[in-house]
Design a protein around this ligand. Structure first.
Ligand SMILES: Cc1cc2nc3c(=O)[nH]c(=O)nc-3n(C[C@H](O)[C@H](O)[C@H](O)COP(=O)(O)OP(=O)(O)OC[C@H]3O[C@@H](n4cnc5c(N)ncnc54)[C@H](O)[C@@H]3O)c2cc1C
Length: 400
């Protein structure tokens, strides 16, 4: 097997690297380094998204006909490696990775025409309203009601853990339109304007000190029928398709490798003025062990994605990627805390850190290790917990 890059691929990588060198602002890299949450901070991410849009590179995984780059999997992989190396922020993950593919597959022509260009250009920012109090792993238990009234649905109920609902101007939501038959058959997917009267967003502050998630309340919120995706009662199929992209649509190994390299450089004492434990054999062994696991994840990502056409869904295999990537994210963040020891506690829970002047933000060589560690506890919960992923793998892939 020859894993060497072709001349064309090497040229692509050079172009990507050059673009990042010239176009990714230093302040953005600093902000990303000081980001404690999974999604980059909204303003940082949006500014970078606009730069990518101007270049035509906002949607690496979208087909060209919808304004994507049309890159093949090798090019997308190289791009994600270069972005991770350069320290670039995440870009509108819910819109580009999930809502876009949903609209391409299930949206009406009018919905595609209205929403896809605005997602590409960063005019719209989306959140995902699936989970409810009492409906997380058991999503089909969701109760938020949508009752048809003339040309609208009227929504009452609440969504919880909604990431970045406080920034989003649109939500892709699952609602209950019927109680008869199987629970899944009464679920419908709607596109909800977050500025509609009757919506209120209440912050949830998490253990790391972040405001990333929210509870969103709906009190008589009117949503036009034309904002329904697919037919009434087909929301479950739409949701399952979306979750495959949420779990498998991102190449996580590149970011993990950059993070691990950073941990290794801290452990190596390469960062001046930083009192941390020396490179003990135990830490050395752990770095090597996690490194091998990242290599294995990368091979899985490439193998699974290589089988797909651009824009195609990854299927149940997405659960393997989600499971392993989230476990490794926790391993890397736990190792970082271990390496820094007491020094990991130096960060105050002031948010967002990047808005602080440099001296106040602390040693620029460090990144907020403890906050990231605490935040990464959620990785094996959101997008479906590890137990749920294992259940899917057992049933859909192993036939158990
Ligand atoms: C940081 C964060 C961000 C999130 N962002 C969003 C978002 O933007 N939009 C959104 O809609 N949701 C979001 N979520 C919600 C997330 O999808 C749910 O938290 C997740 O699906 C788990 O549901 P739950 O919290 O209700 O836990 P529960 O479903 O109550 O699960 C509790 C425990 O029981 C286990 N369990 C449950 N059922 C089974 C089973 N059948 N077999 C074995 N074990 C089981 C679970 O693994 C877990 O350990 C987010 C969550 C977090 C933590």
């Amino acid at each position: 097997m020859n894993l060497d890059l072709s001349d064309a691929e090497l040229a692509f990588r050079r172009a990507a690297r050059e673009f990042l060198e010239h176009q990714l602002p230093e302040a953005t890299v600093r902000a990303q380094r000081l980001t404690t949450t999974v999604f980059s901070e909204y303003d940082v991410s949006r500014a970078w998204h606009q730069i990518l849009f101007a270049k035509g590179w906002a949607a690496p995984s979208w087909p060209r006909e919808h304004g994507g780059t049309g890159w093949n999997i090798t090019e997308r992989y190289l791009w994600s490696v270069e972005c991770a190396r350069a320290g670039a922020p995440t870009v509108s993950p819910i819109a580009l990775t999930m809502v876009g593919p949903i609209l391409m597959r299930y949206g009406s022509p009018a919905q595609r025409e209205r929403f896809l260009p605005r997602i590409l250009s960063a005019e719209d920012y989306w959140c995902q309203g699936f989970s409810e109090p009492g409906a997380g792993s058991d999503l089909s238990a969701l109760r938020m009601r949508a009752v048809q009234d003339g040309t609208d649905y009227v929504l009452d109920g609440s969504k919880i853990w909604t990431t970045h609902a406080h920034y989003a101007n649109w939500m892709i939501a699952l609602v209950r339109t019927a109680d008869t038959g199987k629970r899944q058959e009464g679920i419908t997917c709607l596109l909800v304007d977050m500025h509609s009267p009757g919506i209120s967003v209440r912050p949830i502050h998490t253990i790391g000190g972040d405001h990333e998630v929210n509870q969103v309340f709906f009190d008589g919120v009117r949503v036009p029928l034309e904002n329904r995706v697919a037919a009434e009662g087909e929301g479950w199929a739409v949701a399952k398709y979306l979750l495959e992209f949420e779990r498998g649509g991102v190449i996580a190994s590149a970011g993990l490798r950059s993070e691990l390299a950073r941990v290794a450089s801290l452990a190596d004492g390469a960062v001046a003025d930083l009192p941390c434990v020396a490179l003990e054999p135990e830490i050395q062994a752990r770095i090597a062990e996690i490194g091998v696991d990242i290599d294995a994840l990368e091979m899985m990502e490439l193998r699974i994605n290589w089988a797909l056409r651009t824009g195609q869904n990854p299927g149940a295999a997405a659960s393997i990627l989600k499971l392993r990537a989230s476990q490794l994210q926790q391993s890397v963040s736990a190792l970082a805390v271990h390496v820094l020891g007491d020094n990991a506690l130096r960060w105050e829970p002031t948010r967002p850190l990047y808005s602080l002047p440099e001296r106040e933000a602390g040693d620029e060589a460090v990144w907020p290790v403890m906050s990231r560690y605490l935040n990464s506890r959620a990785n094996t919960i959101f997008g479906g917990s590890s137990e749920i992923q294992k259940g899917i793998i057992a049933r859909a892939m192993l036939g158990l």
